[in-house]
Design a protein around this ligand. Structure first.
Ligand code: NDP
Ligand code: 8X3
Length: 251
């Protein structure tokens, strides 16, 4: 479709799938991440298949770095059509009264404040051009808390409210705002949540066929390709044997 699509956290999981699926859709990409080497590898791979790609290395929590990167985009990359706010993480799964302060800060700074920073930097250009699309990666975790999910669930609940708020604020423009809310997706998510414990991470996906990053990216591309008068406001995407954030039937 030849749009310019900026994807945060494109070095892994859903973000990487979005990069590949939007590339296959014929779009040009600005992919961002913290791991410079991995990001360059992904950028080179996509470019070798004919996609125009720009890579930006920054941490979404670093407002100064994010601002510098977006404000110094080459002229031909400044008109961002689609912003995919994907970078995010869960850290820990324990009762709220035993939670780790640093984990809480990291989740809040990344999932809420990082997403807001990117929105604040990119959306003014969309408003000026009266055109654009913001796709935020929320979660089923934002619909209702599940046991021990407390702060992570709260950040995704904030993503829902922030997304709804933005949709109201741009309703007088042609900009569309989407909240994609995945359930169980097998990525690096659980390994990160359990601070690198691979065995515990693998147990999350035992006995159930989880979603893949590609399943979520397909919906993102669908929302982007929908006719201009169609705003896919919110989509909840669950594995077939998942009933909610806390009900998963394992066989
Ligand atoms: P991954 O861990 O596979 O990918 C997360 C991506 O976000 C990585 O590229 C990671 O980079 C990046 N990231 C994390 N923190 C930062 C930061 N501070 N600055 C820049 N990039 C950062 O997990 P997923 O693909 O599953 O997660 C993507 C999004 O999907 C998250 O927002 C998550 O909450 C959401 N989600 C995931 C679900 C799941 O079950 N997997 C379900 C519902 C929502 P790095 O490698 O450098 O850490
Ligand atoms: C990720 C899905 O259910 O592990 O947001 O919180 S869940």
């Amino acid at each position: 479709m030849n749009k310019t699509v900026l994807i945060t956290g494109a070095t892994s999981g859903i973000g990487l799938s979005c990069a590949r699926k939007f590339a296959a859709n014929g779009d040009r990409l600005i992919i961002t991440g913290r791991n410079a080497e991995r990001l360059a590898e992904i950028g080179n791979d996509l470019a070798s298949r004919g996609t125009q790609v720009l890579t930006l290395v920054f941490d979404v929590r670093d407002r100064e770095a994010a601002t510098k990167c977006i404000e110094s985009l080459p002229a031909e990359w400044q008109a961002i059509d689609v912003l995919v706010n994907n970078a995010g993480l869960a850290l820990g799964l324990e009762p709220e009264y035993e939670g780790d302060y640093d984990d809480w800060d990291t989740m809040i700074d990344t999932n809420i404040k990082g997403l807001l920073t990117m929105t604040r930097l990119v959306v003014p250009g969309m408003v000026k051009r009266d055109s654009g699309h913001i796709i935020n990666i929320g979660s089923v975790a934002g619909d209702a808390a599940y046991a021990n999910g407390n702060v992570y669930c709260a950040t995704k609940s904030a993503v829902k409210t922030i997304t709804d708020g933005l949709r109201l604020d741009v309703a007088n423009t042609a900009i569309r705002v989407t909240n994609l809310k995945p359930g169980l997706v097998e990525t690096n998510f659980s390994r990160t949540r359990f601070h690198g414990d691979g065995e515990r991470a693998a147990s999350v996906y035992k006995g159930i066929k989880p979603l893949t990053g590609d399943d979520i990216a397909d919906v993102a591309v669908y929302a982007s390709n929908a006719p201009a008068h169609v705003q896919i406001a919110e989509v909840l995407i669950l594995a077939t044997h998942q009933g909610s954030g806390s009900v998963i039937v394992r066989k």
